[in-house]
Design a protein. Structure first.
Length: 152
């Protein structure tokens, strides 16, 4: 049994969060994972700025930041459930980037959530080769869920 919790720590109502959860559940199935849990926390620019400054020494806001609790397939907390960690998404950055890239807020917030999910699994995009793999996986998941760039 998988457990994906989404927390909206903003004052805004975000109707897209149910779809975000469905997309993440699809990604979990696609990766053939079972008994994983992680959190998605929606925050504002000020909150994510502080996280970025305190944990990455980068003094600006970012769109998504992850805190992975494992580096491999080890069992966490003495149970057989893998606790992957937390994904923080800035609603402000998601809205701005959706507008900048000319697609829907739904597409952007789903992209950021799936991007964070793959970071929790250890994927990265520091090199071109890593980027091709990670972004390929993200786009497959989004496409299979009908979340396309041209949505508006």
């Amino acid at each position: 049994m998988n457990n994906v919790e989404i927390f909206n720590n903003t004052k805004e109502e975000i109707e897209e969060l149910e779809t975000v959860k469905e997309v993440l559940e699809h990604a979990i199935k696609k990766e053939k994972l079972d008994k994983v849990e992680f959190n998605v926390i929606i925050v504002d620019n000020n909150y994510i700025h502080e996280l970025n400054k305190n944990y990455r020494s980068i003094d600006r806001e970012t769109d998504v930041i992850t805190f992975a609790l494992e580096d491999d397939d080890k069992v966490v907390n003495g149970s057989d459930t893998r606790v992957l960690g937390d994904i923080y998404i800035s609603i402000d950055k998601a809205k701005a980037q959706a507008e900048e890239y000319g697609h829907s807020f739904l597409r952007e917030i789903c992209f950021l959530a799936v991007h964070g999910f793959y970071h929790l699994l250890g994927y990265d995009h520091q090199t071109k080769e890593e980027e091709v793999v990670m972004f390929g996986k993200q786009e497959e998941v989004l496409s299979e869920c009908g979340i396309k760039r041209e949505n508006s």
